[in-house]
Design a protein around this ligand. Structure first.
Ligand code: 5CA
Ligand code: ZN
Length: 409
């Protein structure tokens, strides 16, 4: 699949700091020191209702990770998937009486437009589940042949007990795992499974559903977790720097994915940091397609809201916090954008050298975007109150905000 066009990232004077980030697996901060090419996998959308503010907030967090790395003069190898065949997508297509392929294409196209408008850097590899199937089949065969997977009435399940490190991404209790498995696409009640938590790797063809040639697996379609693992291993290999997504992916998705990859390769861990963004809610509930309480990026854009203001609204919350989308959040962002634009439109101003370092420090400290915004606010206030004589300052502020926060002033 093609991704979307990249906005240019201005180079800043000096060099950024290494990223210290919260890792779900260890429950603490890790300082990431990637090689010359930093490697990141971020779980993409299931394209049936894109792009709501929760999605946008999560992709904003991982866009910041890349901007911090680029500022350290590293290259970034970024991979993202599109879950363009899965139960929820097929169910929505049936409900709406439309073709599932057309639905996925339409929503993916909208997502690309939204990401472009929000100045999110595109992945180098943007891969759909369907196009990944030829790579998934041999992995499932390998797991089955090595005893890490088994057949149940034609379906193939992964055996979580095959991975000695299973449980070390989420660190959740068995009880919580069973509860979340049932809630998030698993089938812990199905009789005949070795462990109720075992997730499906390959689902045998069902009447009326799409299926693909699975070689020795028979016709069918892939499970959800193996999709991301196949794509990540293909383009990044093991031991990549960041596996990212929203906190609703901690279990089962990222737990299972890590176990699949570790069982396939015998290496540990799959990723150096498992990084999770908080959930964005509306009216006291998680914003989700299934609940239908959604605010769409495209809707706001159509209503004439500047994408830079949407981005500032996302940045005004720490990525790990759960927060509520409200009209006030957007209004505050619109006003902040106005203040910043007015401040950088003057021919000179107070020196911005310290500001560059403050924004760098804030972001390298577990992506503290609210602290970065506060630093820019202080410069803008000083500009309004006292002004200054540094003719390079307004331009440097604009470039800093663009390069590190993805906001075009
Ligand atoms: N296709 C899978 C990942 S392989 C999937 O979870 N798709 S999704 O469309 O449901 O979500 C896309 C991304 O947005 C995921 O990282 C998910 O964790 C995140 N996300 C979904 N809802 C919210 C929300 N309300 N707040 C924050 N992030 C969210
Ligand atoms: Zn995923």
């Amino acid at each position: 699949m093609h991704a979307w066009p990249a906005s240019e990232v201005p180079a800043l004077p000096g060099k950024g700091r290494d990223l210290r980030i919260h890792d779900t697996a260890t429950g603490g901060r890790v300082t990431l020191a990637p090689g010359p090419v930093a490697r990141i996998y971020v779980c993409g959308i299931t394209p049936y209702d894109a792009t709501h503010m929760g999605h946008a907030a999560t992709y904003n967090a991982f866009d910041l990770v890349q901007r911090v790395w680029l500022d350290t003069k590293r290259q970034v190898l970024y991979v993202q998937n599109v879950t363009d065949v899965d139960d929820p997508l097929l169910e929505r297509a049936i409900r709406d009486g439309i073709d599932w392929v057309g639905l996925a294409e339409r929503e993916t196209a909208l997502f690309r437009e939204d990401m472009t408008a929000l100045r999110m850097l595109p992945p180098q590899h943007y891969i759909g589940a369907v196009e990944a199937i030829p790579g998934i089949v041999p992995l499932v065969e390998q797991l089955r042949d090595s005893g890490a997977a088994y057949e149940l009435d034609g379906d193939i399940y992964f055996s979580v007990d095959a991975d000695p490190h299973f449980g070390q991404v989420s660190n959740y209790s068995g009880e919580l795992m069973r509860h979340l498995s049932a809630e998030r696409g698993g089938d812990p009640e199905r009789p005949g499974k070795k462990n109720p938590l075992d997730p499906m790797l390959w689902m045998a063809a069902r009447e009326g559903e799409p299926s693909w040639d699975g070689g020795s697996l028979g016709a069918g379609r892939p499970g959800w977790h193996i999709e991301c693992v196949a794509i990540a291993l293909d383009h990044l290999g093991m031991g990549f720097d960041v596996q990212g997504g929203g906190s609703d992916l901690i279990f089962p998705h990222h737990e299972m994915g890590a176990s699949h990859a570790q069982s396939l390769t015998g290496e540990f861990p799959m990723a150096k940091a498992y990084v999770h963004a908080g959930m964005v809610g509306l009216d006291g509930e998680k914003m989700s397609k299934s609940r239908g309480n959604l605010v769409f990026v495209s809707r706001l854009r159509r209503d004439g809201v500047d994408p830079a203001a949407i981005r500032l609204a996302l940045l005004s919350h720490h990525y790990r916090a759960d927060w509520e989308w409200t009209d006030q959040v957007l209004q505050d962002a619109v006003e902040r954008l106005d203040r910043w634009r007015a401040a950088v439109s003057r021919p000179d101003g107070p020196s911005a050298d310290a500001l560059v370092e403050e924004v760098r420090e804030a972001l390298s400290d577990d992506l503290d975007a609210p602290a970065a915004l506060a630093a820019v606010d202080r410069w803008a206030e000083l500009q309004t109150a006292e002004g200054g004589t540094d003719e390079s300052a307004p331009g440097l502020v604009s470039r800093t905000v663009d390069a590190l926060l993805g906001v075009a002033l």
